[in-house]
Every structure is written in C-alpha cells, then in structure tokens.
Write a protein that binds this ligand. Structure first.
Ligand code: 2BA
Length: 108
C-alpha cells in the first residue's frame, strides 16, 4: 500500500475529489497553506494500492492546473497600487506529490 500526499490549489479541490472518489479512491482533504505565498492550499491524503498510484497521478494531472500569479517582491504588501514592476511572477500548481510506502494499515 502507498500513501500519496498531494498539495493542490484550493480551486482545483472539488473536481479532484470528485474524480478520485468516482474511481473508488479514498481521500482525506486537509486545509493547509504554503510557506512561500502564505495562501491557502489543500493537502490530500490518499491511501491506495500501489497499482492505483498511476491512476491518482493521471487524475491530478488532469484536474490540477498550473497558474501564473504575480506577487509583491517584498513580503506582506497587500496594496493593489503596488506597481507591477515591483512584482514577480510565480507559477503555482498543478500538484506537488509525495508517495510513501505504508508499513501498516489497519482500521479498528
Ligand atoms: P508555496 O510555498 O506558497 O509556494 C507557491 C509557489 O511559489 C510555488 O509553487 C513556487 O512556484 C513558488 N515558490 C515557492 N518557494 C519559492 C522560493 N523560495 N522562491 C521563488 N518561488 C518560490 P509550487 O511549486 O507549485 O508549490 C505549491 C505549494 O506546494 C507550495 O506553496 C507548498 O505549499 C507546496 N510545496 C511545494 N513544494 C514543496 C516541498 N518540497 N515540500 C513541501 N511543500 C511543498
């Protein structure tokens, strides 16, 4: 058994959950936030058979978009008047995946 931990953008969460559960893949969602942008994102915990990891990867590839965002170069600035020339472009998403071996799984 494997545990897939996937960090995705909030706006991709609903279609991703629908696609996973539609394929009979059990998932837990956790509200998280990224350390760089300090914005909300979603972490999915997916415990599944090793044979289904490629299915999970394919679903995440389809439902999680890469998006370009502009963020202020100086941390903590929220003023919309802050000029575009003082912003940097970052590309966020689709999904950041970690795949772990599960030593033991039991539901009691
Ligand atoms: P954040 O840490 O908020 O990062 C958001 C995006 O900002 C990243 O997108 C990346 O494009 C950019 N970024 C992050 N750190 C940067 C830095 N030091 N300098 C310049 N740009 C930087 P993604 O790579 O798609 O990551 C999306 C979210 O996935 C991250 O949100 C974080 O929550 C998580 N993540 C990504 N890599 C991770 C890792 N190795 N370990 C744990 N979480 C990770």
């Amino acid at each position: 058994m494997k545990l897939v931990v996937a960090i995705i953008q909030d706006r991709d969460t609903d279609p991703t959950l629908q696609a996973l559960t539609g394929r009979g893949i059990v998932v837990t969602r956790i509200a998280t936030s990224g350390g760089f942008l300090v914005e909300g994102n979603t972490t999915l915990l997916i415990g599944t058979d090793e044979s289904k990891v490629p299915v999970v990867t394919e679903i995440l590839r389809k439902t999680c978009q890469r998006r370009k965002l502009f963020v202020p170069m100086a941390a903590g600035i929220t003023d919309t008047a802050y000029g575009l020339q003082n912003q940097i472009e970052v590309e966020v998403g689709g999904a950041t995946m970690f795949v772990f071996d599960v030593e033991h799984f039991e539901q009691v």
